[in-house]
Ligand binder design. Structure first.
Ligand SMILES: *[C@@H]1O[C@H](CO)[C@@H](O)[C@H](O)[C@H]1NC(C)=O
Length: 136
């Protein structure tokens, strides 16, 4: 038991130091205990894709978030803060229609979504701005 706290502190320090916040970061959030990538995305108005794109240290399953870790939410010129959280029964056509944007814009701004839109998941956060964002 006693060994856990120092280890956690060391781990927190390691991950705080490890996190690479881009110099052109627009906004940040600090990971809280129990946070998930989808939860942070929904609360902070950032797409699931963008959060992962800006923070390459997050693993594919989003299993390695550390409380205290500072994440960048978006970088200048590539920061979509107009979002929709996927609900049961949603389709790209319905989401695009609800946002008043073409499906092509939705797909462009969410490069993780395949053209058939059959790989979106409940709780996933999609960028729904009408501005085309070219993620680099
Ligand atoms: C997220 O967007 C909603 C809708 O525009 C807004 O009401 C809310 O304040 C935003 N939250 C943050 C953290 O920016």
């Amino acid at each position: 038991m006693l060994a856990i706290a120092p280890l956690a502190a060391l781990a927190a320090l390691f991950f705080t130091v490890r996190a690479q916040i881009p110099g052109n970061c627009d906004r940040t959030a600090t990971v809280q205990s129990g946070d998930t990538c989808d939860g942070i995305s929904a609360a902070q108005n950032v797409s699931t894709f963008q959060l992962a794109h800006v923070n390459p240290g997050i693993d594919a399953g989003c299993d390695n978030l550390q409380p205290g870790e500072v994440l960048c939410l978006g970088t200048a010129g590539e920061d979509c803060s107009t979002v929709h959280t996927v609900q049961s029964g949603d389709s790209c056509a319905a989401i695009a229609d609800g946002a008043g944007i073409p499906v092509a814009t939705l797909l462009h701004n969410n490069p993780n979504v395949d053209p058939a839109c059959d790989n979106i998941g409940i709780g996933e956060v999609l960028c729904t701005t009408d501005v085309l964002i070219n993620y680099t």
